[in-house]
Design a protein around this ligand. Structure first.
Ligand code: ATP
Ligand code: MG
Length: 433
């Protein structure tokens, strides 16, 4: 189950006298007999030594230099062992001259690490990692698994346990709380009980993380087919209220709403499991759509036309959410389009369905309709109508003779200058339309 490129990279490092370990999520997943998402390698070779060994290598990263080994179909990340943040506590310093002293950990006044790029030993590297199950190494030199903490034991017990004191580790990097939730949900593991208590107590600090990093982490957390269980854990821990206060308030007003969102997210997850790759905008629609549509409805009651009410609700939402998550504006406009199209999709019978199909967000809008149909059963007939219509359009396309098979019509020769220019333009238009 290990990629051939990863094996090749490990052996090349090993043959040149360096240590070469598979590290992190791939070792965890291999031991659980799950297919790893990607393969990361750690070594005692420095980034420049790695670069000299591989022609297909690029060095990346400002915070910590990493080597990317480029293969035709994948990139293998090779990092030099780094030191534990905890062993550098005594060297903490202020952020005054970060570039003047690059090989130090820098924490802000609350204890959050804002820079750490210190090379270290394999053990220091393992202990700087977030959870015990993510700190296992596979050594290509003797095919052994190295466990510097309690990773193997915790894997057997299906436990998410931070390395070291959970309070310190979550304070150093609050993103680790989201990661704990992600692994618990995606691997069906439990978060160790004392860790869970600390996590609930620190949940509000998640909002301090940089908004671009937080958006990336939220993408990783929700977009892999486990958003239902993730939502449940975020809600229980208080992370949801810290990340999305308005959604949390909306949920608290009606007990049925949590169930409604869970069903929507299950629908979203099923799309992943079915092999589709739904867009971030569809996730935002499944997650925030019901509250936004309700808000639009309230504005509509005040006499504002439907589409304008929806525009205002979406604009307000984007402004609010971008305070914590750097959601790209493009995703905001797609979300607006998905929700905006629902009105046309629901018309019985829909007006000019072919022109609705031609809209760029049609398929995502239909996917949203499919998702919410699980909880709003009345939508079933309208969804069936669209499925039949699509089927009809598809068979019409299939029955049309393919241009490759149709014999080419012989071009009539015209004498130069015979054909007026205007006619040429018209005939082209007809062909295109
Ligand atoms: P996935 O299969 O979802 O990619 P992963 O464990 O490989 O899971 P990555 O985000 O790819 O997760 O990170 C790779 C490894 O880097 C982790 O297994 C962990 O050892 C380490 N790591 C990542 N983020 C942190 C963090 N915030 N603090 C400490 N260690 C981290
Ligand atoms: Mg990974």
């Amino acid at each position: 189950m290990v990629s051939a490129n990863a094996i090749r990279t490990l052996y090349r490092l090993h043959q040149k006298g360096f240590r070469a370990y598979l590290v992190g999520g791939c070792v965890r997943d291999l031991l659980l007999e799950r297919t790893p998402k990607d393969f990361d390698i750690a070594t005692d070779a420095t980034p420049h030594q790695i670069k000299r060994l591989f022609r297909n290598c690029r060095l990346i990263g400002r915070r910590f230099r990493l080597a990317h080994i480029h293969f035709q179909d994948e990139i293998i990340e090779v990092a030099t062992f780094r030191k534990s943040a905890r062993s550098f506590d005594e060297m903490d310093m202020e952020m005054t001259e970060p570039d003047a002293r690059p090989f130090r950990h820098i924490k802000d006044e609350s204890g959050m690490i804002i820079r750490d790029n210190v090379f270290g030993t394999p053990e220091e590297d393992a202990l700087s990692r977030d959870f015990t199950i993510n700190a296992l190494f596979y050594n290509i030199a003797d095919f052994s698994v190295i466990d510097y903490s309690t990773g193997l034991n915790d894997l057997a017990q299906r436990l998410i346990r931070p390395i070291g004191d959970p309070y310190v580790r979550f304070t150093e990097d609050p993103v680790r709380m989201l990661r704990a939730v992600r692994f618990a949900a995606s691997h069906d593991f439990a978060i160790e009980p004392d860790t869970w208590k600390v996590l609930c107590g620190l949940s509000s600090t998640i909002a301090r993380v940089d908004s671009s990093r937080l958006y990336e982490e939220i993408r990783k957390t929700f977009f892999f087919g486990f958003s239902g269980p993730v939502f449940n854990l975020l809600d229980k821990s208080g992370l949801l209220a810290a990340l999305f206060p308005y959604l949390s308030l909306w949920l608290s007003k009606d007990n049925n709403r949590t169930g409604l969102l869970s069903t929507n997210l299950e629908g979203f997850d099923n799309m992943y499991r079915g092999g589709a790759s739904p867009s971030p905008a569809l996730f935002f629609a499944a997650f925030f759509g019901p509250s936004l549509e309700e808000e639009a409805l309230l504005r509509k009651r005040d006499g504002i036309p439907h589409q304008m009410a929806l525009d205002a609700a979406c604009a307000g939402f984007m402004e609010e959410i971008r305070k914590t998550l750097n959601v790209p504006r493009r995703v905001g406009s797609q979300l607006r389009a998905i929700l905006g199209l629902q009105h046309s999709l629901h018309r019985k019978p829909p007006r000019r369905p072919s022109s609705i199909i031609a809209k760029p967000e049609f398929s995502e809008a239909l996917a949203y309709l499919r998702i919410i149909t699980e909880s709003v059963k009345e939508n079933k007939t309208i969804l069936e109508w669209w499925d039949n219509f699509l089927l009809g359009s598809l068979s019409a396309v299939i029955q049309e003779p393919s241009p490759a098979i149709t014999p080419k019509r012989k071009r009539r020769r015209r004498r130069r200058g015979n054909r007026p220019k205007k006619e040429t333009v018209n005939s082209n238009t007809t062909v295109n339309s």
